[in-house]
Design a protein around this ligand. Structure first.
Ligand code: PEP
Ligand code: MN
Length: 318
């Protein structure tokens, strides 16, 4: 069968992937040798993929998972309005920062605990599990009390003390790629979590730093199928931080579906022009609804392809 798109899981007979890869045995061996320290995070010979359960939502399973919400929780009204709208449009989890790692010390740093409480309230009101960031090991316990999935931000991927604390809290983790990290380094950070007893890790490609100034970052979109080749962990894409521009978010979201990502992390705000953080890359509520509707045909193809790919197993019960 010919597939309409997706480099992730093309028909091996038709495209003879193994044969193409083996044209470069030395290069391939060198690349894979650099991954030998990854004992737990590497894909098994059986090709099984893991799913990560976040309350009633499974990431890496047979449904694409869109996580949406504001960059930062700003007020009860803002987060409630966003939660209701994104749930209605098909999002399956709510994001929102209480503690915000901002580049400038003068920028809005988040509502802290108050933000976490409001996020929890909004998630519960609309049946959405919630995602929020812990910036340091000392915040982990507090964030774990309110969030169902704990985000490790791009600035924290290599914070070993944070990663260790996250294993003790026994919540699933959304591990974002550092803006200057290689795919190998992202996998090493995930290995920290698995090696210390937390198998419930979702990887997130959120763009890496390159030299262009017209986008905030450069989305390494091919990291998605590469990671799927190397690790059984689910992989999602953040088109908001990848681009920094709301006009580019829907296109990258489509690309993420087409290339076989397991989900999206998208910033949505009821009034992006007045957002206290990341307004330029936040979709308005109608824009998010429109993006979701336009993803529909792509999601149908996504599901067809998935049905023909590797078997899926849940991560070890916690
Ligand atoms: C965020 O998700 O709002 C965020 C700060 O992300 P990143 O760490 O990828 O910049
Ligand atoms: Mn943000």
């Amino acid at each position: 069968m010919a597939y309409p798109f997706s480099g992730a899981r093309l028909d091996p007979e038709e495209f003879a992937f193994d044969a193409i890869d083996s044209l470069e045995p030395d290069a391939e061996k060198a690349a894979y040798d650099s991954l030998t320290s990854l004992k737990l995070v590497r894909k098994r010979a059986t090709g099984e993929r893991t799913t990560v359960r976040v309350k009633n939502v499974e990431i890496g399973a047979d449904r694409f998972v869109v996580i949406a919400g504001p960059c930062a929780v700003e007020s009860e009204r803002q987060v409630m309005e966003t939660a209701e709208a994104v749930a209605r449009a098909g999002a399956r989890a709510l994001r929102g920062g209480g503690f915000k790692p901002r580049t400038s010390p003068y920028a809005f740093q988040g509502l802290g605990l108050e933000g976490l409480k409001l996020l929890r309230k909004a998630g519960d009101a609309f049946g959405l599990p919630v995602v929020s960031e812990a910036m340091s090991d000392t915040q982990v316990e507090l964030v774990a009390e309110y969030a169902d999935l704990i985000q490790v931000g791009t600035r924290s991927m290599e914070n070993a003390a944070l990663l260790a604390a996250l294993c003790r809290c026994r919540r699933p983790i959304l591990l974002k790629r550092a803006m200057v990290a290689s795919v190998e380094e992202l996998l090493e950070a995930a290995e920290y979590l698995l090696a210390n007893g937390n198998p419930n890790v979702v990887l997130c490609e959120r763009g890496i730093r390159t030299f262009g100034k017209l986008t905030r970052n450069t989305c390494d979109i091919v990291a998605v199928p590469l990671l799927h080749q190397l690790t059984p962990l689910p992989v999602i894409v953040d088109p908001s931080h990848s681009t920094g521009r709301r006009s580019l978010v829907p296109s990258l979201a489509r690309a993420a579906v087409a290339i076989g990502a397991d989900g999206l992390l998208v910033e949505v705000h009821p009034s992006p022009e007045t957002a206290l953080s990341d307004g330029a890359q936040s979709l308005s509520i109608p824009q998010f609804g429109c993006m979701m509707r336009r993803l529909d045909p792509y999601l149908r193809l996504w599901a067809e392809e998935l049905a023909e790919s590797d078997p899926v197993v849940p991560a070890a019960p916690r």
